[in-house]
Design a protein around this ligand. Structure first.
Ligand SMILES: NC(=O)c1ccc[n+]([C@@H]2O[C@H](COP(=O)([O-])OP(=O)(O)OC[C@H]3O[C@@H](n4cnc5c(N)ncnc54)[C@H](O)[C@@H]3O)[C@@H](O)[C@H]2O)c1
Ligand SMILES: CC(C)=CCC/C(C)=C/C=C/C(C)=C/C=C/C(C)=C/C=C/C=C(C)/C=C/C=C(C)/C=C/C=C(\C)CCC=C(C)C
Length: 598
C-alpha cells in the first residue's frame, strides 16, 4: 500500500470521474462522486435516476461539477425524510452515508458547528488538534474490517494516510517498556524478550486473538439484527460464525489466564485492554480485544494526512454529494412520538423535522434520559443501564511544544502508568499521549510538535467550583500531568510548552453533548462479553440508536460498525433492502432473550 511515507487508500475497482475537493489544514479532502457520470454524453446510473431531489448542472470545465438543488418534496411534504440522524459523530455519519448511498433521503442534525463529535478537530494558533483519539483502527486498504476506509469509499472519498510504525509505546511499572510494533513478529519478539518464561503463553493468547480476528475478517459485516443476512452468513461461513458465537460471551482476561500465569504480564494485558475499553481485561469482551490487537498488525494503524477531523469532514461532504443534507447548530431537544412511534424531532429553536425513521447518535443515556424524557424507559434500556454504566469522562491537554524537546525517533502514541499497576483504572492514574506531528508535521507550525494528553477524570471532580477555582484547578491538574511526563519521558517538557489548552469533563459534556462528558459505556461488573450490548433497534418503533452505546461499544471503528449495522436494519425496514417480517420477529425475540442472559 505505501509508497514513501504517504500512501493512498485505494477505492477498489470502481474509479469515478467526478471530483470535488475541500480542505482541512491545507490538505485537499478528495471526494469522488460514486455516481456513474461520463464526460460527453452524460450517463446516469440507476441510483441517480431514482433520486428525486437532485438536479445536475454540467459545466464545461475539465472536471464535471455537480450542483445539487434540493427541491423540497417527498413522501410527507416539505421536511419529510427517510431518516433523520441526530448527531454527526462517526457512528451517525456512517449510518447516514450508508443509507444515502442506498437511495434514502437523509437529514443529519448536528448541534455543533462542524461534524465529527469525538472525532472532530479544532484549530488554534496554527495548530490542528484532534479532539479525541488519533489512533485509527480499520483504516487500511486490506480485508473486510477496514470500516473507516469502506465508509469513505462508499461515498467516493479517499484520504491520504501515513502508516504508523508503532501503535503504542507502553511505559509501565517495573520499568516495563513495550513497543507495539506494526510488524506482529517484532511485537511478539519484544514482549517475549521481557517475559521469556511466558513465551508459550504469549504466543497462545495472541494466536487465539487471531482466530477471532480471522473469523471476523472473513465475514461481510452487516446488521446482526437482520435475519436474511445473518442466516446467509451462517450458511456461507458456518465455522467462522460459530467461532464468533462461541467467543461472544467471553472476556479477554479469562482467556489470558488460560495461558499466562505471570501477574506482571497479566497486568500488561490489562493495560492493552484498558486503552480499548477503559476497563481491565477481565471486563473487556474478547471479540473487541482481538479486533484491535490484530488489526494493528494486519492493516496497521494509519493516520490521515491533515488530521483525524478530515474523516468526518469527508463523510459529511459525501453525504451531501449523495443528495442528502446536514444541518449544523441544530440542537435536537426532543424526539416526537405519535401513537408510540418516533416520527420526528424538535430543535431548541422550535423547528420540527419529520421522517419515517429516527436514528440517534446521542448516547443511549442522552437519547432516553433527555430527548425522550416524557416517555417511560423501555425495558431494553432498563436492562442496558443495569449492565452498563457511563465510563468516566477525561481531562485533555492540547499543547504546542518546541520540537527539540522530543528525542529523535519518539513514537507517536504513548501510554504511561509509572509505579503501581493498581492505579490503572483510577482517575488520573494512567496517561495517554499522542504526538500526531511525529507522523504529520503539517499539523503544527514549523519547529513545533503537538502533544495531546488525556487521562480519565469524573465530572463530579469539577462541580461546585467557582470560575476562579475551576480555572486554577485545571491548570494545577495539568501541571501535575505534564510534570509526570517530564519526569518519565521528556526532560525539559514544562519549559518547552508554547501553547496549552485544558479541557475537563465539563468541556467534553458541553462540546460533545455526552451525559457527564462520558467516554462511553463500561460494564458495571464482569459482563458476559458482548452478549448484553444492545444493537440498533430500540423499544420504540421507528427509533434506532447508533454509536458507542450500541454493539460493539467504544472505539471509532466500533461505532463505524454500529453505523453500518444500523443503516442495514433501517434500510430493510424502509424497503431499501430485503426483509422478512416473520424472521425479523423471531430473531429480535431471540436476541432479546440472549441479552437477558447477560
Ligand atoms: N479521546 C478519545 O480517544 C475519545 C474520546 C471520546 C470518544 N472517543 C471515541 O469516539 C467515538 C464516539 O463516536 P459516536 O459516533 O458514538 O459519537 P460522538 O459522541 O463522537 O458524536 C456524537 C455527535 O452527536 C452530536 N449530538 C449529540 N446530541 C445531540 C443533539 N441532541 N442534537 C444534535 N446533535 C447532537 C454531538 O454534538 C456529536 O457531534 C467512540 O468510539 C469513542 O470511543 C474517543
Ligand atoms: C448475533 C448472534 C447472537 C450470533 C452471531 C455470531 C456472529 C456472526 C457474531 C458476529 C459478531 C461481529 C460481526 C462482531 C464485530 C465486532 C467488531 C467489529 C468489533 C470492533 C471493536 C472495535 C473496538 C473495540 C475498537 C476500539 C478502539 C479504541 C477504543 C481505540 C482507542 C484508542 C485510544 C483510546 C487511544 C489510545 C491512545 C493512546 C495514546 C495510547
Amino acid at each position: 500500500m505505501s509508497s514513501g511515507i504517504y500512501s493512498t487508500i485505494e477505492l477498489g475497482t470502481y474509479r469515478p470521474i467526478v471530483s470535488e475537493s475541500s480542505f482541512l489544514n491545507g490538505v485537499p479532502l478528495k471526494c469522488l462522486s460514486s455516481r456513474r457520470y461520463k464526460l460527453g454524453g452524460l450517463k446516469l446510473g440507476s441510483r441517480v435516476a431514482k433520486s428525486r431531489n437532485q438536479r445536475l448542472t454540467v459545466r464545461t470545465n475539465s472536471i464535471l461539477s455537480v450542483d445539487k438543488v434540493l427541491e423540497k418534496e417527498g413522501g410527507g411534504g416539505e421536511n419529510y425524510y427517510d431518516a433523520i440522524v441526530i448527531g454527526s459523530g462517526i457512528g451517525g455519519l456512517v449510518a447516514a452515508t450508508q443509507l444515502a448511498v442506498k437511495g434514502a433521503k437523509v437529514l443529519a442534525l448536528e448541534k455543533y458547528v462542524i461534524p465529527g463529535g469525538s472525532s472532530g478537530y479544532y484549530q488554534r494558533d496554527g495548530y490542528t488538534f484532534d479532539v479525541g483519539s488519533s489512533v485509527m483502527f480499520g483504516f487500511s486498504d486490506k480485508g473486510n474490517l477496514n470500516l473507516i476506509t469502506q465508509a469513505l469509499a462508499a461515498v467516493g472519498c479517499e484520504m491520504q494516510v501515513i502508516p504508523d510504525p508503532t501503535t503504542v509505546h507502553f511505559h509501565l511499572p517495573i520499568n516495563l517498556s513495550v513497543r507495539v510494533h506494526r510488524e506482529y513478529s517484532e511485537f511478539i519478539a519484544e514482549l517475549t524478550s521481557k517475559f521469556p518464561h511466558e513465551k508459550e503463553g504469549i504466543v497462545k493468547f495472541y494466536s487465539e486473538c487471531w482466530k477471532i480476528f480471522n473469523a471476523l475478517n472473513s465475514l461481510e459485516l452487516k446488521s446482526l439484527e437482520e435475519p436474511i443476512y445473518l442466516f446467509g452468513q451462517f450458511f456461507q461461513k458456518p465455522l467462522e460464525c460459530l467461532t464468533l458465537a462461541y467467543y461472544l460471551p467471553q472476556n479477554a482476561g479469562d482467556l489470558a489466564r488460560k495461558y499466562i500465569k505471570d501477574p506482571q504480564l497479566l497486568s500488561f494485558i490489562d493495560a492493552e485492554c484498558f486503552i480499548v475499553s477503559t476497563v481491565n481485561a477481565l471486563q473487556t469482551p474478547m471479540i473487541n480485544a482481538s479486533m484491535v490487537m490484530c488489526d494493528r498488525h494486519y492493516g496497521g494503524i494509519n493516520y490521515p494526512v491533515g488530521g483525524v477531523g478530515g474523516i468526518a469532514k469527508s463523510l459529511a461532504k459525501g453525504l451531501v454529494d449523495q443528495g442528502s443534507e446536514i444541518l449544523y447548530k441544530a440542537n435536537v431537544t426532543g424526539i416526537i412520538i405519535e401513537h408510540g412511534r418516533a416520527v420526528g424531532v424538535r430543535l431548541s429553536d422550535g423547528r420540527e423535522f419529520f421522517a419515517r425513521t429516527i436514528i440517534s447518535n446521542a448516547t443511549r443515556w442522552d437519547t432516553f434520559g433527555k430527548l425522550l424524557k416524557e416517555e417511560d424507559l423501555p425495558k431494553e434500556e432498563e436492562n442496558f443501564q443495569k449492565i452498563y454504566v457511563k465510563a468516566p469522562s477525561f481531562l485533555s491537554i492540547h499543547m504546542g511544544v518546541k520540537a527539540d524537546v522530543l528525542p529523535p525517533d519518539t513514537d507517536c502514541h504513548h501510554f504511561l502508568l509509572e509505579t503501581d499497576w493498581a492505579r490503572l483504572e483510577d482517575p488520573y492514574g494512567s496517561i495517554f499521549l499522542s504526538i500526531p506531528t511525529v507522523l504529520d508535521p503539517s499539523l503544527a507550525p514549523e519547529g513545533r510538535h503537538i502533544l495531546h494528553i488525556f487521562t480519565t477524570s469524573s465530572i463530579e471532580d469539577w462541580e461546585g467550583l467557582s470560575r476562579k477555582e475551576y480555572e486554577a484547578k485545571k491548570e494545577a491538574v495539568a501541571d501535575e500531568i505534564i510534570s509526570r511526563l517530564e519526569k518519565k519521558l521528556f526532560p525539559g517538557l514544562m519549559s518547552s510548552v508554547v501553547f496549552r489548552e485544558v479541557g475537563t469533563p465539563k468541556t467534553h459534556r458541553r462540546y460533545l453533548a455526552r451525559d457527564k462528558g462520558t467516554y462511553g459505556p463500561m460494564p458495571r461488573s464482569i459482563p458476559k462479553g458482548l452478549l448484553g450490548m444492545p444493537f440498533n433497534t430500540t423499544g420504540i418503533d421507528g427509533l434506532y440508536c447508533v454509536g458507542d452505546s450500541c454493539f460493539p461499544g467504544q472505539g471509532v471503528i466500533a461505532v463505524a460498525f454500529s453505523g453500518v449495522m444500523c443503516a442495514h436494519r433501517v434500510a430493510a425496514d424502509i424497503g431499501l433492502e430485503k426483509k422478512s417480517p416473520l424472521l425479523d420477529a423471531a430473531l429480535l425475540r431471540t436476541l432479546g432473550w440472549l441479552r437477558s442472559l447477560a
